[in-house]
Design a protein around this ligand. Structure first.
Ligand code: NAX
Length: 322
């Protein structure tokens, strides 16, 4: 399998590449060719990481290539992990952030369109992740839109972990949590269909705890990590990448998870927007979990996050990047 990681010289790249090469991403019997895409300022770090990958003598790692050329990086790619992006500088306006990233993810989509393998799967990690995914997909008209996904698995995993702590259960006993909307503070972690040890979570926790503690804790966990660590989430983000791709390739069974995918209009999310949904992976494709009843508490929060996604899309359109 040909796996390309963009922003490979960055923090998440460093946490992620060794897990791919060791077999965590695609299983213990799948050999991997790794391509590391960087820009000039990150190239030396990526080259150094390539040396360390060599020193691990991973039995599954066939080749490591470092390049600054997106067309070369995505030629024949099966799994494209788009991690590199332009970070938000202090005082930078949101429109400027959307613009600089639109100028990265448009060409990335074009390069994927030009040479990716027919079965390519794309996971975008770099923020603002939902809108970056929308832009990349728009520039790859020959690749089915359902191959483009945005990572909200870290938010999902954070929510599962918080429920497990609160209810004093193992994470494996929690199912049916959903992250809806944007990977931002407006995201909505929804427990109304979740079960813990087979019992409905909504019977085990009060709405006050949900509104005042659980939802803001999950939505602002990234900030909490920065405050504690002095740096953003890295290993947990890499772990969520592994979970997302592993489930996409191998299936989820009856359990469900969350992923940012191109909306088909389900649950009142306008078709074409990239929003997080409750999803199962079936036969190598993400399917939205159908027919969930959405109560008023959830509806208001989903709508608020979707409104933010519409704003981002409109801003990108106004800039001529979509
Ligand atoms: P770093 O700044 O450590 O690394 C980013 C790397 O991307 C740098 O080495 C840079 O040179 C490279 N890069 C920039 N533009 C590029 C381009 N056009 N092509 C290729 N490489 C390029 O950031 P890191 O901590 O690794 O985070 C990467 C991205 O993940 C950020 O946008 C971050 O906000 C986002 N995150 C997304 C998460 C999610 O759940 N979706 C969670 C973690 C993380 O915050």
């Amino acid at each position: 399998m040909n796996v390309t990681v963009t922003g490979a010289g960055g923090q998440i790249g460093y946490a992620l590449l060794f897990r791919i090469a060791s077999g965590d991403l695609l299983g213990p019997t799948t050999p991997v060719n790794l391509t590391l895409l960087e820009i000039p300022s990150g190239r030396a770090a990526a080259e150094g990481t390539a040396l360390e990958l060599q020193d691990c003598a991973f039995p599954l790692l066939r080749t490591v290539t470092v390049t600054e050329d997106p067309v070369r990086a995505f030629d024949g790619v099966n799994i494209a992990l788009l991690v590199g992006s332009k970070p938000r500088a202090v005082g930078m306006e949101r429109v400027a952030l959307l613009e600089s990233n639109g100028r990265i993810f448009g060409p990335a989509g074009g390069a994927l369109n030009a040479g990716a393998a027919p079965d390519v799967r794309v996971l975008v990690v770099g923020n603002p992740v939902n809108t970056n995914t929308l832009v990349a997909s728009a520039f790859a008209p020959d690749i089915p839109a359902d191959r483009f996904t945005a990572m909200t698995r870290l938010d999902h995993n954070r929510g599962v972990a918080q429920l497990a702590v609160r209810l004093q259960l193992h994470v494996a006993e929690i199912d049916g949590l959903t992250i809806w909307g944007n990977h931002s503070a407006s995201q909505y972690p929804d427990v109304f269909h979740a079960t813990a040890g087979g019992r409905p979570v909504s019977e085990l926790v009060g709405r006050e705890w949900l509104a005042d503690e659980f939802i803001p804790r999950v939505a602002n966990r990234g900030y909490e990590i920065i405050q504690a660590r002095g740096a953003s989430s890295v290993a947990s983000a890499a772990s969520a990448v592994v979970d997302h791709v592993y489930d996409w390739v191998n299936g989820t069974g009856e359990r469900w998870t969350s992923a940012g995918i191109v909306s088909d209009g389900s649950y009142g999310v306008p078709a074409g927007l990239v929003s997080s949904f409750p999803v199962r992976s079936v036969d190598g494709r993400w399917e939205i979990v159908p027919d969930l009843a959405i109560n008023a508490f959830s509806r208001a929060r989903i709508d608020a996050s979707v409104a933010e996604l519409l704003d981002e899309r409109d801003a990108i359109r106004a800039l001529g990047l979509l």
